[in-house]
Design a binder for this molecule. Structure first.
Ligand code: ZN
Length: 503
């Protein structure tokens, strides 16, 4: 390697180091404000958050980095794989922010703070008109940013690419068409069958025992307790500082056994991904999950494919019954599984079951795509939302809080983010199908052998962190490109069995 390349790589690694340290600080601040930070401390906290986000911007967007990236692109073919991955990562980040004038970027950050507040107020008051003017500004700014940044094919592609690199409107149109064709009739057939008994799930379940079960299940799944932690927050989430410090949260309810358990399993799936990223990547911006969709594939694989499988509960029901001997006295694994896989069209996305969930995403996908390609009258949005719910999910919201105001995402400028959730479930089914060629998932689950499953995932997916793209991960792990058929096949097979339908 010549001296020039050596110097360029030193500069690249310095940039990576500084950006990783800033990102770490942002994560820590984010985790703190969602968990233990005091309510009154918000003003000093936002000073620090704003200082750190300016630092992020200035460290990345400057003539020195611009020159570095240009010079690296001239010698790209001579770089090793990890350096290529770092270059690609920073070029993407740079191209995302640098075309936007500094003043517009700063104004947008302030707008997002205001719009989040307006959304919260609107949701509490069940009144979309409070949020509408802010939403209009967020949408207008997003479209202006797309103009600055440019796009290929469809303007929405630029946003999709921020969360799931490589995904396009063309691909998602096909994906959702496929889902619509198989899920809508599946839901209808399920609706004709008797509903499972779920009444025992809302007995009173002590929080201490629930917490004991959460810790037990995290460890059983292979989460390294010395490399992370479990806390409580209003909405469960996972925040990674590094692969050796992965913090997950859950939320316990005394009259709900199921949501806390499956939230913990879901977040542990995210956590295992982060914990098993290869140490060889080092302290780097690449030492984290590669995309929203791949991340969600891991959490959903654990939550739905493993956790809502009867074989899994052969290994873990004894522990649950030991903690809740009276509450679950006459409940069999079959009762438990039928109750935890109950399918029912509903209004709220985060409470939706595995089958109807993608339909909630389809509504948001179609609306976001429409908002990016035409001038939609903001006042029309609640009705458009309700119409699509009625058409796809089969239920119509009667309030705005249960309709268009239910998600925080748009108020935070997160457009293009929702499709990753549905892609995650679909990737999970394709990964499970690939695993099945080498091992029996049910046998592992039945015997509580989570290590064999985790080893497979760590080897084929986790270890790479962000050093290869989502589509490369899918191709290498499954031997083919993304194919939504595995997901629809999985749903039809699983739910036909559970509900006694003819396939
Ligand atoms: Zn998740």
């Amino acid at each position: 390697m010549n001296d020039r390349i050596k110097k360029l790589l030193e500069d690249l690694n310095d940039l990576d180091h500084d950006m990783a340290a800033i990102t770490y600080t942002e994560s820590l601040l984010g985790f703190d404000s969602m968990t233990t930070a005091s309510k009154d401390g918000v003003s000093a906290r936002s000073e620090v958050i704003s200082f750190v986000s300016t630092l992020y911007f200035n460290t990345l967007i400057n003539p020195r980095v611009d020159r570095l990236l240009k010079e690296l692109s001239d010698v790209y073919n001579e770089l090793d794989d990890l350096s290529k991955a770092k270059y690609n990562y920073f070029r993407r980040e740079y191209e995302k922010i640098s075309p936007i004038p500094v003043k517009e970027y700063a104004d947008y950050q302030s707008l997002l703070v205001e719009s989040s507040n307006a959304w919260e107020e609107a949701k509490n008051a069940n009144d979309f008109s409070i949020f509408a003017p802010y939403l209009k500004k967020v949408i207008d700014t997003t479209k202006r940013f797309i103009d600055h940044r440019g796009y290929e094919g469809h303007p929405y592609n630029t946003l999709l690419n921020d969360y799931e690199p490589g995904v396009t409107v063309d691909m998602l149109d096909g994906f959702f068409e496929e889902l619509k064709a198989s899920i809508v009739p599946l839901v209808q057939r399920i609706q004709e069958k008797p509903k499972p008994n779920t009444s025992f799930l809302s007995n009173t379940f002590s929080i201490d025992e629930q917490e004991a079960f959460s810790l037990y299940i995290m460890e059983s799944l292979g989460f390294r307790m010395d490399g992370g932690s479990l806390s409580e927050s209003e909405h469960p989430f996972t925040q990674n500082m590094s692969p050796d410090d992965v913090r997950i949260t859950t939320h316990f309810h005394e009259n709900d056994l199921i949501n806390p358990i499956f939230s913990t399993i879901h977040e542990t799936g995210h956590g295992l991904y982060e914990q098993n990223i290869s140490k060889s990547i080092g302290f780097s911006c690449l030492a984290t999950g590669v995309s929203m969709g791949i991340h969600e594939s891991q959490s959903r694989l654990y939550e739905n494919n493993f956790g809502r499988n009867p074989a899994f509960w052969q290994a873990h029901m004894p522990k649950l019954k030991e903690l809740f001997p009276n509450e679950l006295k006459d409940i069999s694994i079959q009762d438990f599984i039928r109750a935890t896989n109950k399918v029912e069209p509903s209004l709220i996305r985060i409470d939706a079951d595995e089958v109807t969930y993608p339909l909630h995403i389809m509504v948001r996908y179609e609306l976001e795509k429409m908002l990016m390609e035409e001038d939609v009258d903001i006042q029309e949005l609640p009705k458009l939302w309700a119409d699509k719910y009625e058409q796809y999910v089969g239920v119509r919201p009667t309030t705005e809080a249960e309709g268009i105001l239910q998600d925080v995402h748009w108020s935070e400028g997160l457009m293009g983010y929702f499709p990753s959730y549905a892609l995650g479930s679909a990737y999970a089914a394709q990964f499970e199908h690939a695993m099945e060629k080498e091992l029996s998932v049910d046998e592992c689950l039945k015997h509580g052998d989570m290590k064999t499953l985790l080893d497979w995932l760590a080897h084929h997916i986790h270890q790479y962190g962000s050093t290869i793209t989502p589509s490369e991960i899918i191709q290498r792990a499954t031997g083919e490109a993304f194919n939504p058929k595995y997901f629809t096949d999985y749903l039809v097979k699983k739910y036909s069995l559970l509900y006694g339908l003819k396939e």
